[in-house]
Structures are given as structure tokens and as C-alpha cells.
Design a protein around this ligand. Structure first.
Ligand code: HEM
Length: 495
């Protein structure tokens, strides 16, 4: 155990943060034996490169047959971004084909597929030590970056590529992918917030698979913060995860004073995490005119109706939604597309425990109040994020409108300050994806064939009946559109 723990911190930054992190990790791993929620948290760490935020290691930690994938990415990276996008479809088609041909040629030149298969078979064996989990995470990041690079061909992404519904990938990008899917526990053919952000930073927290090579300092800074902000909020959130796991145990034991005091701490820690978000999601770190064309576009996927990376795949907000019972939760199938198994297990554990229902049953007013305070903070954060994210929804003539998380948005008329367009955009963000619809139709046909009753309440009916999200979203939109004064005041008071 001591050697595992010292290895965990071999790459962290300052001496004091090493000490603090060491104590916290040790604590989480020890607590893991005491209660099943703490156990899920400990497993989240052990399956995330023995760290949280996750720690991925890259080419240096991979077996030799896999290292050339890194070489190929680094060689193609400078050819991806352009300063000026062309508005000519034929010219863009030529550019996309050129990049794809280059990627294919380099993959054929550098990668020996039989060796790759043999190595991945060996690494996948249950008792294998050939590649640590951190290495798998880094390899996932590399392959996802190569697949996204092949998918888009040029950055900013252009409608000529967006209009493709299916795409054949070179076999060097297809063959290793199922190994990664099985090991990490995801089903999407494309990247996720985990692969493209959490696992795409090295020990010094610099981007490993860059997409803004040669574009200049502002582009690089925006690209870095697009990943770093997600990682840094997880740094701040880890103590809170530890405390919410403890709160569950104390409440189950009906130890109310301890439950209350630990939830008070969790509230304070959440404030710190959100403050970090507010302080750093600014126009200097993330230049609004550059974020959408140079960061967000690449994260989309949109093939066969499957979504790409979305901020919604981050763990802090999903943890809060799961812990506090904010429904609807994504279906297991939808969540499995992008969230590694260890992350899903953690969320499902919190959902199953359902602390707010238990607190209602126990009837301790102060516990309920502390949990409600977490809900208030989350609601305020959502409003703040929604307001800030408007600055990043800029118009780009070379592409169709697309949110990274919800594939193509059909309505091209969205303007930032237009109230109805914002409502429309939100409605689309919260509506089922093409992939969800297809899966649902398949299930309907199967149930009908098997003689089961295939009809359920529609999603809209369910949302209208149970979910606070629809009306909540509308409330948020009104709030956003009516201006930020109220939010800034509330933030001053609460945070
Ligand atoms: C780095 C700067 C960020 C920008 C520019 C940004 C922008 C956006 C945009 C445009 C969306 C709409 C959906 C989409 O395109 O996928 C979105 C959704 C979302 N983002 Fe962010 N985001 C940023 C950082 C973060 C961070 C750090 C978090 C978590 C702490 C976060 C959490 C979310 C969540 C949870 C959603 C889904 C909507 C919701 O549940 O409220 N974002 N973001």
C-alpha cells in the first residue's frame, strides 16, 4: 500500500499539495472498507490511474507496439488547424481528403497491426502488468484524438465534414478501439470528456494531443483552459466527494450531529470548487471568439447519430445531480457511451442511496436544510454557467450549428441575444438524441414482436409529470435573458 501511495504522488506539483493530496488519497482508500459508497469512491480512484482527478500517462508508459500511435498524432497535429476557414465546399473536401490521406499513410508506415493486437491481448489479460491503468487512459486519449482528427480533417470543423453521416476509418484506428472500450468501459466510437480533457493532460498539466498547433498563444491558452478548468474543479471537489460519502454513512447510522457537520463541510467545499469555476471561466483564459471554432468543434462526433464530448459529461455536476436526486438521469445505455465504468459506478451508487429521500424519511430538519443548501448552490451554478456560456455561442459561417453534446442543431438561426432562439437551443440540448431515438425504436419493435406492451408514457409526458428540468430550463432561460445582475448579487450573498 505504501509503495502504491508514494507512486500516486510522484508526479504532482508543489510539496504542500503533495502532502495534502497524499493524506486525502490515503484517507479515501482506507475509508473504502467502511461503507459501500466510500468503497465506490476508492474504486473511482484506483480505476482512474490511482488518482482523482484522473491521472493518465502517455507514450512513455506504453508497450513499444503502441508508442507509434503517439508519433502519428504528433506528426499530423500541425496539419489540422487553419487560420482562415474556406467557405467553398469543394476546397474543404480537398483539405479533408488530404488530411485523411496523410493520417492513413502515416498509420500504415508506423504501425504494425499484428504487434498491436498481440500487445493489446496481453495488456487486456486480467493479471497483466504490461500497461498500468493510467497508460490505458492515455492510450484512450491518443486514439480518440486520432479518430476525431480523421473524422474532421480540418479545424475549425466545416459543414462538408458535418454532413457525413457515416465514415470508414483506417483499420489502425478501428482495431485497437474495442480493446479500449472494454478496458475503460465505454461504448461510443468517438471521444468523451474523459478522453479529450481529463486524460489529455500530462503530469505538468500541459496538453498532450493538441489541436491548435502553430495557431498562437491565445489559441493555446483557450485550448488548455478548455481542459484544465474541468480538471481543476475536480481537484477542488475531491474533499467534498469524500464528505458526501461520509454523510451517507453517518445518516444511515442516525448519527445526526456528524451528518450535519460533514454536510456543512461539503457545502463549504462546493463553494470553493464553484468559485474556482467562476474565477477562471473568463475571456482571458477562454477567448470567446476562439473557443467554438478551435475547441468545441473538434469535440463533436455526429456520425450515426452519436454525440460527441459535452461539458455535461463532467463528474462534479453529475455527482451532485446523483447525490441530490436531481432527475431525470441519463439512461444506463446513454451514460455508457461516454462515461468510463468506474465513473458510472460511483454515480449509480449515489443514485441508489438517494440521500434526500432517506433524509425525508428520518425527518431531521437540519440535515434536510444542509442538503437543500447544496441544491441551491447547484441551481445558482447552473444559472451562472448558462449565462457565461452564451458568450461562447458565436456564429461561424463555415459550419452548421452544432453543440458538442447534442450533435447537429437543426435551427441555423440561433443568435446569442435572441430569447426564443436560446429557448430553442436549450430545448434541443435537453431533447433525446438521434441515437436515443433509434435505440428506443429498436426496443419498441422488439417488445411488440415479443408480445409485450411496447408503449410507455412519452418522454414529454414523463418530463411534464416528474421532471423539474423542463420548467427549470425555461426559468433559467428567462433568468439568463433578463440579465446577470440578479445572479451576481446572489453570488455575492451566497458565495
Ligand atoms: C471551459 C469552459 C466552458 C465552456 C465554454 C462551456 C460551455 C458549455 C456549453 C456551450 C454547453 C452546452 C452544451 C454543449 O455544447 O455540449 C455546456 C454544457 C454544460 N457544461 Fe459547460 N462549459 C465550460 C466549462 C464547464 C465546466 C468546468 C463544467 C463543470 C464544472 C461544465 C459543465 C457543464 C454541464 C453540466 C453542461 C450541461 C448542462 C447542465 O447540466 O447545466 N462546463 N457547457
Amino acid at each position: 500500500m505504501a509503495s502504491l501511495l508514494s507512486w500516486l504522488f510522484s508526479n504532482t506539483t508543489s510539496p504542500s499539495s503533495i502532502d495534502e493530496s497524499f493524506t486525502l488519497y490515503q484517507h479515501i482508500i482506507e475509508e473504502g472498507d467502511q461503507h459501500y459508497i466510500a468503497g465506490c469512491l476508492a474504486e473511482l480512484l484506483t480505476n482512474s490511474g490511482n488518482a482523482w482527478p484522473p491521472k493518465a500517462t502517455h507514450a512513455d508508459s506504453w508497450p513499444s507496439a503502441l508508442k507509434p500511435f503517439n508519433v502519428v498524432y504528433q506528426r499530423i497535429a500541425p496539419f489540422l488547424p487553419v487560420h482562415e476557414s474556406s467557405l467553398d465546399d469543394a476546397e474543404n473536401r480537398r483539405l479533408i481528403n488530404k488530411t485523411r490521406a496523410l493520417i492513413t499513410a502515416l498509420l500504415e508506415e508506423e504501425i504494425h497491426i499484428p504487434d498491436v493486437c498481440e500487445t493489446l491481448e496481453e495488456c487486456s489479460r486480467y493479471d497483466s502488468h504490461t500497461m498500468p491503468m493510467s497508460g490505458w487512459l492515455g492510450f484512450y486519449s491518443c486514439l480518440a484524438s486520432l479518430r476525431h482528427a480523421y473524422r474532421w480533417g480540418v479545424l475549425p470543423v466545416v459543414r462538408e465534414a458535418q454532413n457525413e453521416k457515416t465514415l470508414r476509418f483506417p483499420r489502425e484506428l478501428d482495431i485497437p478501439w474495442p480493446y479500449i472500450q472494454r478496458r475503460v468501459g465505454i461504448t461510443s466510437p468517438g471521444g468523451s470528456l474523459s478522453s479529450n480533457s481529463y486524460y489529455n493532460l500530462d503530469a505538468r498539466r500541459e496538453i498532450v494531443y493538441s489541436i491548435t498547433s502553430g495557431m498562437g498563444e491565445e489559441h493555446s491558452r483557450t485550448e488548455l483552459w478548455n481542459g484544465l478548468l474541468f480538471v481543476e474543479v475536480e481537484d477542488k471537489a475531491l474533499p467534498m466527494y469524500c464528505h458526501i460519502a461520509q454523510a451517507a454513512r453517518f445518516l444511515e447510522d442516525e448519527d445526526y450531529p456528524s451528518t450535519i457537520s460533514i454536510l456543512e463541510k461539503a457545502n463549504e467545499e462546493l463553494k470553493v470548487a464553484f468559485k474556482h469555476f467562476y474565477d477562471n471561466m473568463n475571456d482571458y483564459n477562454l477567448v470567446p471568439s476562439l473557443w467554438l471554432p478551435y475547441c468545441q468543434g473538434f469535440q463533436g462526433w455526429t456520425l450515426e447519430g452519436i454525440n460527441g464530448v459535452s461539458g455535461g459529461q463532467n463528474i462534479l455536476i453529475r455527482t451532485l445531480d446523483s447525490f441530490l436526486g436531481i432527475r431525470p438521469w441519463p439512461t444506463e445505455e446513454e451514460e455508457a457511451l461516454h462515461l468510463p465504468l468506474a465513473q458510472r459506478n460511483w454515480l449509480n451508487c449515489l443514485r441508489k442511496f438517494d440521500i434526500r429521500t432517506l433524509a425525508q424519511e428520518k425527518g431531521n430538519e437540519e440535515v434536510i436544510k444542509q442538503l437543500d443548501h447544496l441544491v441551491t448552490q447547484l441551481r445558482l451554478w447552473r444559472m451562472g454557467h448558462m449565462r457565461r456560456m452564451q458568450r461562447y455561442q458565436v456564429y461561424r459561417p463555415e459550419r452548421n450549428k452544432m453543440t458538442a453534446g447534442k450533435s447537429l442543431v437543426q435551427d441555423d438561426s440561433v443568435q446569442v441575444s435572441d430569447e426564443s432562439a436560446m429557448v430553442n437551443h436549450l430545448k434541443q440540448m435537453l431533447s433525446p438524441s438521434e441515437y436515443e431515438m433509434r435505440k428506443r425504436n429498436e426496443k419498441f419493435a422488439k417488445d411488440a414482436k415479443e408480445g409485450k406492451k411496447p408503449t410507455h408514457m412519452s418522454r414529454q409526458e414523463k418530463l411534464a409529470k416528474r421532471s423539474p428540468i423542463g420548467s427549470w430550463a425555461l426559468g433559467v432561460v428567462l433568468f439568463v435573458v433578463l440579465g446577470g445582475v440578479l445572479f451576481e448579487l446572489a453570488r455575492l450573498i451566497f458565495l
